[in-house]
Design a protein around this ligand. Structure first.
Ligand SMILES: CC(=O)OC[C@H](N)C(=O)O
Length: 306
């Protein structure tokens, strides 16, 4: 079919028609309002300001003004978050009765409040990540540099917020918050991943941490590390089974160097060191040091062999 054979009306008709087939691309008027990426971005940035005041948000903040700033920011944020959580429920809900919707609204308010009470603990974890970045990277001159500049701290701030919402049963919003950090930093952490204290991802670009990963305390990884799934089992309906534990468990004090690919529900034992660019699909015992086989020495003439 060439462009001469089609009128605009044909194209419109096809787009209207096909949107209701298979996975629907259309949402209809009257369906619940969508979560807003823009408002969620504002909420996450406000949370960054509250978690690290002075670094983000107004820099002229003083010890005197801080309580008012934090209090007022959180007061407004809680309402905006409750609305977005409700929209998240609506996003996955196929109920049309107002009865269920009003229940979701009430539930969203309760969850937003609960989330706010978890912020001191989230900050405690983030400060341990800041310390890990500072002591783990000779290039970090101050703790503040890691808070303000490091992709690891940016991604982990989003992750620790998203993970808390995930644990509270919030739909879709945690995923949006995780994907914001993915776009900003190149670090892709699924909100379901459980990450202990003092975690540091140096450089970070291209690092992927899957949904069911469990990472202990004091773990350091570098850019391009994949903590992924090995296989995708199907159910009787031939569809992939969702939610199975399928990503690695990384115990305390492990270091994983750049480009390592670690797949499946395997355990990397405590204090193990995984060298760069290795492929691992079996358990690694505690304290082991894993390296790839020695690179071959070879001569290249006119690009041969490359
Ligand atoms: C990180 C990873 O393994 O991704 C593969 C797939 N998205 C999954 O969650 O299983």
């Amino acid at each position: 079919m060439t462009s001469e054979d089609y009128t605009l009306a044909d194209v419109v008709a096809l787009l209207v028609e096909s949107g209701d087939k298979g996975p629907r691309s259309h949402r209809r008027a009257g369906e619940a309002p969508m979560p807003s990426v823009e408002i969620l971005r504002g909420i996450v940035e406000d949370l960054r300001c509250v978690l690290f005041p002075g670094y983000f948000g107004p820099s002229e903040i003083t010890p005197d003004t801080m309580p008012y700033y934090i209090g007022s920011t959180l007061d407004q944020l809680e309402r905006k978050l409750a609305d977005q959580i409700n929209r998240g429920y609506c996003f996955v809900c196929d109920a049309t009765t107002t009865e269920r919707c009003s229940d979701c609204e009430k539930r969203a308010k309760t969850i937003a409040k609960k989330f706010i009470t978890r912020l001191p603990e989230i900050r405690e974890y983030l400060l341990s990540d800041v310390e890990a970045a500072y002591i783990g990277d000779p290039a970090a001159k101050t703790h503040g540099e890691t808070i303000f500049c490091y992709p690891s701290i940016r991604a982990l701030t989003n992750h620790r917020i998203a993970h808390e919402l995930y644990k509270l049963g919030v739909d879709i919003i945690p995923r949006i918050i995780g994907e914001m950090a993915h776009s900003d930093t190149g670090i892709d952490i699924h909100p379901g991943a459980t990450i202990g204290r003092s975690f540091f991802i140096d450089h970070g670009t291209g690092t992927v941490i899957g949904e069911t990963c469990i990472i202990g305390d004091n773990v350091r990884v570098y850019q391009g590390v994949t903590l992924g799934a090995k296989s995708f089992p199907k159910g009787e309906d031939e569809m992939l089974i969702k939610g199975l534990p399928r990503h690695p468990i990384v115990e305390d004090d492990v270091i994983i160097y750049a480009g390592a690919t670690i797949l499946g529900r395997i355990t990397i034992g405590r204090e193990a060191v995984i060298g760069g660019n290795v492929w691992i699909v079996r358990d690694v015992p505690a304290g082991a040091q894993i390296v790839q086989t020695r690179a071959l020495e070879q001569s290249f003439e006119h690009g041969a062999g490359i």
